[in-house]
Design a protein around this ligand. Sequence first.
Ligand code: FPP
Length: 222
Amino acid sequence: MDGNGRWAKERGLPRREGHRAGAESVREIMEACKELGVGYLTLFAFSSENWSRPAAEVHALMALLERFLREKAKDLDRQDVRLLAIGQLDRLPAKTRALLDSIIARTASHSSMTMVLALSYGAREEIVAAARSLAADAAAGRLLPEAIDAELFSSRLQTTGIPDPDLLIRTSGEMRISNFLLWQISYAEIVIVKKNWPDFREGDLFEAVEEYQRRHRRFGAL
Ligand code: FPP
């Protein structure tokens, strides 16, 4: 969800206003995905690197996230959407974490769509943690190194149980992955959209899905 800052700058507004407008896009895209029958929607809402932004911006983002969670809780129930989160969640402020945990628990039985929030998330950290857990099992004699395969490795990632993404959309025209789901996007189709995230709305999602439908996926085969 890139380009909130640029969206605000173009309008002479503070960055937090870009994030506020970005939260509106999150609401709209979530509804649109539900309508389209998307099974899993993962949103990169806050990266491990984002902690180094000015304290006021981090605070504004956490406040926005809390507001979104409070306001959306009823809709998630009504729309049968399950909420999950990936990332170093213990780094979140206690209040934000508690609210997040309560909504994850409250929506655990919903099954029409899963929305995954990547918060304080970094793919390298996730992969390192998986490697460390496998190494610990091997060192303790619980696991033979030759038993480690892609499936076992995947099961130690935070996304275990969540299918790999089919489509990755990045807004604001940047041609980078920026430490997002590095393992899981191995065969994802990538669509780069020039618009900044706050301008990315339902129609833009439909266009990205149409672009995805035109792709011929081969998964490495002919
Ligand atoms: C990247 O734009 C965006 C973020 C760091 C935050 C994304 C957060 C939201 C859209 C709102 C809160 C989240 C939820 C789930 C309600 P940027 O600030 O890096 O933009 P720039 O590259 O133009 O500076």
